[in-house]
Design a protein around this ligand. Structure first.
Ligand SMILES: Cc1cc2nc3c(=O)[nH]c(=O)nc-3n(C[C@H](O)[C@H](O)[C@H](O)COP(=O)(O)O)c2cc1C
Length: 497
């Protein structure tokens, strides 16, 4: 009996996916909330405090928005929903099984170009120019100190490289400035940001489409470090085993998801900025210039396409652990893949911890094969494409340590890693304005941000290679004795164990 019984991702769009989630018992519909702090606040509480699996939350009958308009939070926040999204075959619902299943999917992945179609559900409604009013949608205000309401937090920003024509999708937050103007916050080094910089360097407008309520496999792909030159459309099609259907955007000519809930099309023009934020970020702080808004480019919205009774998909970044389960799983699988491809053998597990916001505290477990193996694993994991963004701590542990178990990992660090010889510090590595460990004095001004760097620590918590085979025995009931004891005494401890 498989843990997940619907192995093929046979939904076409977000609504098909939602039907399946509802059937699996992981959807909670909440009626009558306010977009102002209530939706995101409840999502945060549920994601942190749910007894058992946190359900996806579909907010309906939201105050102040038209009947039928809805908002979805906690989309990918459970093993079951991730498995359903990708059609993962899981024997066990634990984190490592999820990571391994995603790795298998990556190993078998064949890119599938998107399929252009004539008609799509997103065309059910269309508005242009002054007819557009983004405030009709249930745009959440997430936290008390946020500076505005957000159209895009769990979405895809679709852009094109002006040199190569490569179409990229990335999740870059979009705050609404007015009825038809939206901000676009893209960190340096993001693929979409490089495309924007190229256009602006040539004094050209930068065409952008933003799709909300897309196929969850496409959303997941858009949040991951898919290699440069590869479109997330093709990656998501490969993950699902069927192409994503797209239409040609009437204004941008960019491919837009044909069955998305909402798509806006527009352009940013060089030199035009407006004050964006503050916005509470994934690491759990207002670290992007504190509570001072920052000038960001403006998407001047030209076209709006949306389905009847649209669903706005939303994420609520906040102090971890929280909404980031699927990102922890998938990033772990990608780091594992990348370090193996870079030549690190015998990797037994990878976990990007929830408490590190899926980026700041990552653990790799290996079976040590040769002197220097553990440093190689740690150094590469901390700098590979999926681990390089801040990625402040990378811990390498032996294969008797379960990388997803924080207590195991801390025990390994505390007992096997002599700080003087076990910790390598690499300076001037990739960071971000979202890095809360960088002093505000070093971040420049909001109008003129400074280049920021972080140092990174690789903590080699493996047993020292030279005497690993003479390591002190561990004090622990052996698996055989455990089995014997429980066979004999199990009944005595019913309700206790
Ligand atoms: C919910 C969520 C929100 C995000 N918001 C932003 C953002 O506002 N700006 C940004 O640069 N990256 C953001 N990211 C990270 C990028 O989406 C991610 O690094 C992605 O790989 C970028 O795509 P790219 O590699 O094609 O540039 C966010 C990720 C998630 C999961």
């Amino acid at each position: 009996m498989k843990f997940h019984e619907e192995p093929s991702p046979n939904y076409r769009d977000l609504r098909g996916w939602l039907e399946r989630v509802e059937r699996s018992g992981e959807l909670k519909i909440v009626r009558g909330t306010d977009w102002d702090l209530e939706m995101a606040g409840l999502a945060e509480i549920v994601s942190r405090e749910a007894k058992g699996t946190a359900p996806a939350l579909l907010f309906d009958q939201i105050k102040g928005v038209p009947e039928g308009y809805r908002a979805l939070f906690l989309q990918l926040d459970s093993v079951g929903r991730l498995a359903l999204t990708l059609g993962l075959n899981l024997d066990r619902p634990d984190k490592t099984s999820c990571v391994k299943a995603c790795r298998d999917r990556l190993a078998a992945l064949e890119l599938q170009s998107p399929r252009f179609v004539e008609r799509g559900a997103v065309q059910e409604n269309f508005a242009r120019g002054d007819e557009i009013d983004l405030f009709r949608f249930p745009l959440p205000k997430h936290h008390e100190l946020d500076g505005g309401r957000y159209f895009g937090t769990a979405h895809c920003v679709i852009t094109q490289d002006p040199d190569t024509g490569w179409v990229n999708l990335g999740t870059y937050r979009c705050m609404v400035f007015d009825k038809k103007s939206v901000g676009l916050h893209m960190s340096p080094g993001r693929h979409g940001r490089t495309m924007r910089d190229k256009c602006f360097e040539r004094s050209q407008p930068f065409k952008v489409a933003v799709a909300v309520g897309v196929d969850p496999a496409l959303f997941l792909s858009s949040t991951m470090a898919v290699p440069a030159g590869v479109s997330e459309y093709a990656f998501a099609g490969g993950l699902k085993g069927s192409p994503i259907e797209v239409l040609e955007g009437p204004y941008t000519k960019l491919p837009i998801p044909a069955h998305a809930e909402i798509v806006i099309e527009g352009e940013c023009v060089p030199g035009e900025t407006r004050e964006e934020g503050p916005f509470g970020e994934w690491a759990g702080y207002y670290a992007n210039c504190g509570l001072t808004p920052v000038p960001e480019p403006v998407i001047n919205v030209k076209n709006l396409l949306y389905r009847n009774n649209p669903i706005l998909t939303c994420a609520q970044p906040a102090r971890p652990p929280g909404y980031n389960f699927a990102f922890c799983v998938f990033r772990s699988a990608m780091i594992w893949d990348e370090i193996e491809k870079a030549g690190v053998p015998d990797v037994r597990g990878v976990w990007c911890h929830e408490a590190g916001g899926s980026r700041l505290f990552n653990v790799v477990s290996i079976k040590q094969r040769y002197p220097g193996h553990s440093r190689q694993a740690g150094m590469i994991a901390s700098q590979c494409a999926s681990g390089v963004y801040i990625g402040r701590y990378t811990v390498v542990v032996d294969d008797d340590i379960e990388p997803t178990n924080l207590a195991d990992v801390v025990w390994a660090i505390a007992t096997r890693a002599d700080p003087e010889s076990a910790i390598e510090i690499v300076r001037r590595c990739r960071s971000s304005s979202a890095d809360p460990a960088i002093s505000p004095d070093l971040k420049g001004t909001s109008a003129n941000p400074a280049a920021v760097f972080t140092s990174k620590a690789v903590i080699d918590a493996c047993r020292p290679y030279e005497w690993k085979d003479r390591a002190y025995p561990v004090v622990e009931v052996s698996p055989e004795l455990r089995k014997q004891l429980l066979a004999k005494w199990g009944d005595e401890f019913k309700g206790v164990l």
